[in-house]
Design a protein around this ligand. Structure first.
Ligand code: ATP
Ligand code: MG
Length: 432
């Protein structure tokens, strides 16, 4: 009997996980510059938290949830996204309280779960990095947060990106536009896809997001939501675009762009990769403003802004742009032990080296000298320390710098007392 991982999931193995660490480390560094702090919420939530926030009629809630009843008959679900759980946490922990800095800025990273049809860049367990800003209605928050996403991608070495924005306006905008869209689409109802026929009555804006060819020709000529913005919504959007201009951040406006979650208001955006070979799954980051979500979950009226980006799709993009990822797991010292008798001393030597704050590895398989040197080389060791039975008897060890090929013998007592100095001595030689 052998087992396979569930469909739409991945094992992230060494070789690949270094890339994940690089991406996550870079996110932490960039987000710190913008004063975001990390938040960690549970992997599962009450079904209602997601249904209420994301919207009952969205694909995520109606088709893609990993929900179940636990042994206590509670309706719970694996989280499909990060914003609703964090808004729940914001309300539950009263993060709007006077003791907290405003706006309240957090980031997260972790797995999300959606029952989707797996394909390249589309998984059932995928991973997001995301941020949320609570408490600021200032358009500068929209712009700064979008700028941060672009900044993050630039730091990773990506350049072939496109920022696309739109506004969904406020509640009044949505009501007026909703009616205009129904009036426009209703005469074509029979020609729409099955999904869009249903959406037309439940949630007509969702038709604009349809990936079905039958719908797309109607979507192309649909009325523009930007023509329905209320004066307030229009002013907000104009400030956002003028601030993007002031920061010289290029963007496009796509008035047909909507998002797959119901909580958005005003500014929404997507970042697309332009790299060739990206295929259909080219959206690597999406987000926007959500001014009523916190209230919806029982909190005080609190504007919000956030985004989420898919790590798997980001890694595909980095590959498409041929980004070189710096090696993170470098080896300072490899200890070659020759003969069973050196087993204990080799153990002590690697531990001592690590206690000095260096990375160290050794052979455990009692292999021949040649095989051990080959491992040292393959692992990119800077120093190779050789301990044979003769050295052990004389209480010395041979240390070789792989860069300068220089070799020198040291008393073991010296190594235990001052390996840090020996390391400096042996590694700086290479620049002479
Ligand atoms: P799409 O239109 O591609 O389904 P979405 O609108 O559902 O995306 P969001 O919910 O806004 O996506 O999530 C933000 C980002 O998370 C996406 O831009 C994408 O990079 C990533 N993402 C979403 N769903 C998946 C998935 N099933 N597998 C891998 N990444 C995903
Ligand atoms: Mg989706």
């Amino acid at each position: 009997m052998s087992y396979q991982r569930p469909k739409g999931t991945n094992d992230i193995l060494p070789g690949e996980s270094e890339k994940w660490q690089f991406v996550e480390e870079t996110a932490r560094l960039v987000f710190r510059d913008y004063q975001f702090n990390e938040i960690r919420t549970p992997i599962f939530e009450h079904f209602e938290v997601i249904a209420r926030s994301v919207g009952d009629t969205t694909d995520i809630v109606s088709k893609e949830m990993y929900d179940f009843y636990d042994k206590g008959e509670r309706h719970v679900t694996l989280r499909p996204e990060g914003t609703a759980p964090i808004a729940r946490s914001y309300v539950e922990n009263k993060l709007f309280g006077p003791e907290h800095t405003k706006p309240y800025k957090v980031f997260y990273t972790g797995p999300m779960f959606r029952y989707e049809r797996p394909q390249k860049g589309r998984l059932r367990q995928f991973h997001q990095i995301g941020v949320e800003v609570f408490g600021s209605a200032n358009p500068a928050t929209d712009v700064e947060t979008m700028a941060m996403a672009m900044d993050f991608y630039r730091q990773l070495g990506l350049s072939q990106l496109r920022l696309v924005i739109n506004s969904l306006g406020d509640k009044e905008t949505r009501q007026n536009y909703r009616q205009a869209l129904i009036d426009y689409l209703a005469p074509h109802e029979a020609e729409l896809s099955e999904d869009s026929k249903r959406r037309l009555h439940e949630n007509p804006l969702r038709v604009l997001d349809s990936k079905d060819k039958r719908d797309q020709k109607f979507v192309a000529d649909a009325p523009s939501i930007l023509d329905y913005l209320t004066p307030d919504a229009k002013a907000h959007f104009e400030t956002v675009t003028s601030m993007l201009d002031a920061l010289e951040i290029p963007y496009e406006i796509d008035s047909n762009m909507v998002r797959g979650l119901d909580y958005y208001t005003h500014t929404i955006f997507e970042i697309m990769s332009e790299a060739p070979k990206m295929g259909a799954q080219a959206t690597i980051c999406a987000g926007g403003r959500y001014n009523h979500l916190v209230e919806e979950l029982g909190g005080p009226e609190t504007p919000g802004f956030g985004f989420a980006l898919g790590i798997e799709r980001l890694l595909i993009t980095m590959e498409a742009e041929e980004v070189v990822i710096p090696a993170l797991n470098e080896l300072d010292a490899y200890v070659v032990g020759l003969g069973q008798e050196t087993n204990l001393e080799a153990l002590k030597v690697v531990q001592a080296i690590r206690n000095f704050g260096f990375s160290a590895d050794r052979d455990f398989m009692d292999r021949k000298a040649k095989a051990q040197f080959k491992s040292a080389d393959k692992q990119g060791a800077r120093l190779v320390l050789t301990l044979g039975e003769t050295e052990l008897a004389e209480q010395v060890i041979n240390i070789k710098s792989m860069a300068s090929r220089e070799e020198k013998q040291f008393p073991l007592a010296d190594l235990y007392a001052r390996f840090d100095e020996i390391y400096d001595e042996m590694t700086t030689k290479m620049f002479e």
